[in-house]
Ligand binder design. Structure first.
Ligand SMILES: [Zn+2]
Length: 111
């Protein structure tokens, strides 16, 4: 008396998806969204440049400046930008300035 073996069920390995009608969906389409619209942010206008002030212009670097008012006449004026010695305060303060002695240009036009 032997029980017959239970019939083995054939396990059908269903490969789901792969054999789906129409094939797998092209993922590329999904992954790639419609062309991204770049939000165009207009650049803010540059801040208005401070008006070039100063009656003198440093010859070495071209920076405009005003001779310091808190120096003695025999002190040296230095360029606020490149720190070059540009001449004596007295020569800056002279009227008209002793530009021959200065390493700076006098920009103010007389009158
Ligand atoms: Zn300078």
């Amino acid at each position: 008396m032997s029980d017959s073996e239970p019939p083995r069920r054939k396990i059908l390995s269903l490969k789901s998806g792969v054999a789906a009608p129409g094939g797998p969906k092209p993922l590329e389409r999904i992954a790639r969204p419609a062309q991204r619209i770049r939000t165009f942010t207009p650049e803010p206008p540059p801040p208005p440049a401070p008006p070039a002030t100063g009656d003198f212009k440093c010859k070495p670097c071209g920076t405009r400046f005003d001779p310091p008012t808190d120096l003695a006449d025999d002190d040296s004026v230095r360029c606020p930008s490149c720190n070059a010695r540009l001449g004596l305060v007295s020569d800056f303060r002279a009227d008209p300035p002793n530009v021959e002695k200065l390493r700076a240009r006098y920009l103010k036009k007389p009158g």
